[in-house]
Design a protein around this ligand. Sequence first.
Ligand code: ADP
Ligand code: MG
Length: 220
Amino acid sequence: MIDLKDLHMSYPVEQSRVAVLQDVNLAIQAGESVAVVGPSGSGKTTLLLLLAGLDHPDSGTIEIQGVVLNERSADDLADLRRDRMGIVFQSFHLIPSLTALGNVTLPLEIAGDPEATAKAREILQRVGLAHRESHYPMQLSGGEQQRVAIARALVHAPPLILADEPTGNLDKATGSGVSDLLFDLHDNLGSTLVLVTHDSALAARCDRQLRLDGGCLVEA
Ligand code: ADP
Ligand code: MG
């Protein structure tokens, strides 16, 4: 599903560059769940952005389901994300002018799915938000917004789920509900799950745990 070879990534800081990922190699099989842990600033979000094709490495290759991202145009990468990935960002990224239902329906509408609304309603029900479908993001609690974001990421049953600290902003009870939901959907869809988290209990639920430290990725 995922194959990373000799990945290097740095960011420009003042006149020089600061290395964030150094010689990262990783293979993830289809259907696996993998936790990425590591201290704040260790490059976890950077790694997810690279996997999503939202940023480009200095060198090395990123292959997702046989597609080498480095060789693709921005349009191709957007298509790849739409068709094959569900991305849960740390800060939700819901569209404020759309209701919960509108946010979840949008990716299906963009893909031209004639059953967009029915599918969006079904997944909102599964995340326990059927009664909030006509609420706007600002009318929802943090936990509810996070569940809408997860519903939106998973509504098209993507083969690959990328989640960046999906419980990071939530209280304990809401967080454990959200992680149950994520694993439930991962199990039901047979999707590959790459989960960045600070939460060791959540990491322990994954098949594998990887640690980013000093720019290197190692099995934890
Ligand atoms: P994590 O998600 O593990 O907390 P990040 O991947 O967000 O870490 O960041 C890794 C390092 O790269 C940090 O030191 C951060 O300050 C730096 N960084 C992240 N994004 C940028 C950017 N766009 N420009 C410059 N530095 C960045
Ligand atoms: Mg981060």
